[in-house]
Every structure is written in C-alpha cells, then in structure tokens.
Write a protein that binds this ligand. Sequence first.
Ligand SMILES: O=C(O)c1ccccc1NCC(=O)[C@H](O)[C@H](O)COP(=O)(O)O
Length: 217
Amino acid sequence: MARGMNVTVVRSKICGITRIEDALAAVEAGADAIGLVFYGKSPRAVSIEQAAAILQALPPFVTSVGLFVDMPRDQLQQLLQRLPLDLLQFHGDESPADCEGHGRPYIKALRVRPGEDVAAAMAPYAGARGILLDTFVEGVPGGTGASFDWSLVPENAAKPIILAGGLDAGNVATAIRQVRPYAVDVSGGVEASKGIKDAGKIRAFVRAVRDARCDGD
Ligand SMILES: O=C(O)c1ccccc1NCC(=O)[C@H](O)[C@H](O)COP(=O)(O)O
C-alpha cells in the first residue's frame, strides 16, 4: 500500500524548471508535472514572464506547479491572475488558512527534521491534495539536494505522499520500494548546474521511477 493511495505507477515531478527546453525534456521523458519556483533567493527562481512562456509551451496532460515560500497573499493573487498554474506548492511556514482561498488546489511541503512526527505535522493540512516531504536544512526552504530519513514517513498517511529531497536516478528506486509514495519529486538530481536541467538525467530519473518495482507488485 503506497502511502496515501494504492497506486501501481508512481508519478514524477521535475522541479526548478527555468527554460522551455527543460520543460519539454521533462515532458518527453514522461514526467507527470513540472515545478516553477517563485522564490527570489533560489537560483532556480523564474520571473512571471519566464513562467508564462514555459506554461504556454506545455502540451496537455502535464501538471504545472507553482512553488512559493511565504509569499504575501496579495502578491500571490496578483501572480495567479497572470499565470494558469494548475497546482500550488507551499514550501514555507504557511498555515492551512494561508494555503486556502486561492481558487487552486495545493500541496503543502513539509521539511522533515531527524525524529520528526510527520503524521502530526501533516494533520493540520486537511485541505491539501497531497503532502510533499522534503529535507529540513536550516535556512534553505527547498532544493537542498539532501535526503532525509525515509523511515519517518508514516505507513498509512492520510494524504498522498510526494517524496522529495536528494533524489536522483541512482536512489529513487530504493526510495520507492522503501516508502511506496504516491509520487516523487526531484530538482538538483537532474541538473547540469543550478537551474539548468540535464535531459539525459531527466530521462534516467523517469525511467528509474517507471522501472521501480514495489514488493508484491
Ligand atoms: O528548488 C529550489 O531551489 C527551491 C527553493 C525554494 C523552495 C523550494 C524549492 N524547491 C522545491 C522542490 O520541490 C524541490 O524539488 C525539492 O525541494 C527537492 O529538491 P532536490 O533535493 O534538489 O531534489
């Protein structure tokens, strides 16, 4: 039983996309979603204009995810008037109320500390479509390239779990077998340099996700 849902195919999101060519490489590799970072301190941040061009270039049936870190509500709502993002990912200290009321579904990212009670941390976000579990690094809200203790992921999570943090083509199959997530998410593990994706690494990652087999499958 995958955490949160009983899926036979684990979905994948390629995050930190900054170029149309990288978005299309993710789509061609079979990724299910792409992530666009609207957090200015990240080397993967995109402008509204960059994001609009990337979204315009996407073919159908690929979910576009906007990533935010404690963005003021009015600024977020102005951005959403200009960008047809399918899903919002809140990666900061947003309360459930901060995540609601934008007219878009959302996922909440939780950064997992050693020994964290993840089920308790998830509980307030009943309105989320899913919970992204990432690695806690002091002062770095996301894109750390570091993994966390996957044994901390609750067995019967109340929401679909998206596993993130330090994944790459070399470890994602092990992560899937251990955690059995609804989906996986990667940024640094498919890059040539910060914000510049490597199409070959993207293909290898998605292939490794597709080839991963859970016990009993
Ligand atoms: O990717 C970033 O630079 C980033 C910056 C600030 C907030 C979130 C960010 N990324 C969010 C993601 O969903 C990443 O894919 C996730 O943190 C995993 O990153 P990585 O460990 O590099 O695969």
